[in-house]
Each structure stands twice: as structure tokens, then as C-alpha cells.
Design a protein around this ligand. Structure first.
Ligand code: NDP
Ligand code: 8X3
Length: 251
């Protein structure tokens, strides 16, 4: 029987690449996000190319009711989820603390932290019933070290790091794996979103070095998800060769 992976934020970047990588290996995928058109296009591409089954689920992860409803209304066969990837997330703005927007802070916490917790809480009863499951949380190097003008985003990713550690402890009795992957700079739509559509500012982030690609993180997630049942990668920080951590990037 094919395995099932549920990926949040699969309409772009890491999430899309993760869906492509797992589908290529024969996994059935539940892909979620807010942009229905993108999810539908990805679903038909994956089905056509790899012959897997793909279910799209369109909701805003900030909306607690929508999250629980999406999981509760999954067809029974789709509830046998093997891996949940909590990937949906964003940075908004890069401003000094005193200038940062309260709305941006709210959106980042509602998405990166509360959305991740809602999804995990919604899927956990299924994992507990199965007495197995794997949660992969996408954190960030921003969750390991705080950098200048990163205030709200860094705080939200530090929370992802803390939540991952907390889950790992509390879920031990249920045989649930918790892996946190913390990427450094990766060329996706991330910076375009962060700089609110400013292509020039976004482009500069990746200028002068070879950043990570979405598929790099996807292959690491696949490796972590396909280890023997008794092996769990707890925590991985992954950067491109030009980056040492949040502060040191060689251009
Ligand atoms: P992208 O902007 O390319 O993708 C973000 C994904 O998150 C989209 O599919 C988007 O879908 C989804 N998303 C955002 N907000 C919501 C929401 N409210 N409800 C549901 N889905 C949402 O960026 P990345 O692929 O780079 O980012 C993925 C994750 O990786 C994020 O958590 C990010 O913080 C993290 N990360 C990124 C790094 C980078 O340099 N790129 C480095 C380290 C971590 P839609 O808009 O359709 O809802
Ligand atoms: C994304 C990496 O350095 O822009 O999480 O915060 S960074």
C-alpha cells in the first residue's frame, strides 16, 4: 500500500518540491495551501507524471476551524497519514523592532507558530490511533540565531524550534517521530513574500552566491522520512556552502 504524506504550503517553494520528491517515490500526497489554482495544477502534474493519488485541500492555516475541518473531513482512506510536513510559513518585513508592523507580527505568529500547532493537534489523534507517525517541522536558521531586523520572524522560528523539542518529549509514548529541519537561505518565493512583491529587493537576497534550492530540502525531508522505524533525525540545520549561520554569508 502506498504511503501518505500531508504537506502544508505545497503551492510553492519547499512544500511543492517535497510533494514532487515524495510523489516521484510513489507516495500519495495531500497538498494544502490557500492558492487553489496552484494546488490543482500540481495535483494533476503529479498524478500524470508519477501515477500517484493526490488530494488538494484549500484552507488558511491561520484559521483554526478550517484546519480541524480539513482533517476531520478527509476521506477515511486518506486519514492513514504517515508523515505530516509543517512547512507553510512566511516572513513579512525586515524592519527594526520599533518600526516593524504589528500586523506583520500577527500574521507571522498566526501562520508559523499557531498554524503549525493547529495542524499538529488536528493530525495527532490519527497518529496516536495508529501508534505511529512522523511530524517534520520546517524551522529556520532564524530559529537558531536572531539577526538584525529579523525580530518577529526570528521569534516565530525560535518558537518552532521550541515546539519541536516539546513535541518530541511529549509524544514519545505514542511512537511519533518529530524532526525539525532548519534551512538557511533558499531561493523560493520566500523573499518576494517578505518584501511584499518587491522583486528587486527579493533578488538581492540571492545575489552573488549559490543559495539552497527547494529540492535540496525536499531530498533531506525524504531521507529523514524513509529511515528505519526505530531511527529519528531530531534536528538538522542545513545551509548552502556560502552560509555558516544567520550572520555569516560569503558573497
Ligand atoms: P514560499 O513562499 O515559496 O512558500 C510558502 C508556502 O506557505 C506557500 O505554499 C504558501 O501557500 C504557504 N502559506 C503561507 N501562508 C499560509 C497560510 N496562511 N495558510 C496556508 N498556507 C500558507 O516559501 P518557502 O518555500 O521558502 O517557505 C516554506 C517554509 O520554509 C516557511 O515556513 C519558511 O519560513 C521556511 N524557510 C524558508 C527559507 C528560505 O530561505 N526560503 C529558509 C528557512 C525556512 P499559499 O500562499 O498558497 O497559501
Ligand atoms: C529564512 C532564512 O535567513 O531569511 O528562514 O531568515 S532567513
Amino acid at each position: 500500500m502506498s504511503k501518505i504524506i500531508l504537506i502544508t504550503g505545497a503551492s510553492s517553494g519547499f512544500g511543492k518540491a517535497i510533494a514532487e520528491t515524495f510523489a516521484a517515490a510513489g507516495w500519495n500526497c495531500i497538498i494544502t495551501g490557500r492558492r487553489a489554482d496552484r494546488l490543482t495544477a500540481l495535483a494533476s502534474e503529479l498524478t500524470k507524471q508519477y501515477g500517484v493519488e493526490v488530494l488538494t485541500s484549500v484552507f488558511d492555516i491561520q484559521d483554526r476551524k478550517a484546519v480541524f475541518n480539513a482533517i476531520e473531513t478527509l476521506p477515511a482512506a486518506w486519514k492513514q497519514i504517515d508523515v505530516l510536513v509543517n512547512n507553510a510559513g512566511l516572513a513579512l518585513g525586515r524592519d527594526s523592532f520599533e518600526n516593524a508592523s504589528l500586523d506583520d507580527w500577527d500574521t507571522m505568529f498566526d501562520t508559523n507558530v499557531k498554524g503549525l500547532m493547529y495542524m499538529s493537534k488536528a493530525v495527532l489523534p490519527l497518529f496516536i490511533q495508529q501508534q505511529k507517525g512522523h511530524i517534520i517541522n520546517i524551522g529556520s536558521t532564524a530559529g537558531k540565531e536572531v539577526y538584525k531586523d529579523g525580530n518577529g520572524y526570528c521569534a516565530s522560528k525560535h518558537a518552532v524550534d521550541a515546539i519541536s523539542k516539546a513535541m518530541r518529549i511529549d509524544l514519545l509514548p505514542h511512537h511519533i517521530k518529530v524532526t525539525a529541519i532548519h534551512p538557511g537561505a533558499a531561493e523560493t518565493e520566500f523573499s518576494l513574500v517578505r518584501f511584499k512583491g518587491d522583486e528587486q529587493k527579493a533578488g538581492l537576497v540571492y545575489d552573488g552566491y549559490k543559495a539552497l534550492e527547494a529540492k535540496d530540502i525536499a531530498s533531506i525531508a525524504f531521507y529523514a522520512a524513509t529511515l528505519p522505524a526505530h531511527v529519528c533525525i531530531n534536528d538538522l540545520t542545513v545551509t548552502c556552502l556560502s552560509q555558516a549561520n544567520s550572520f555569516y554569508l560569503h558573497k
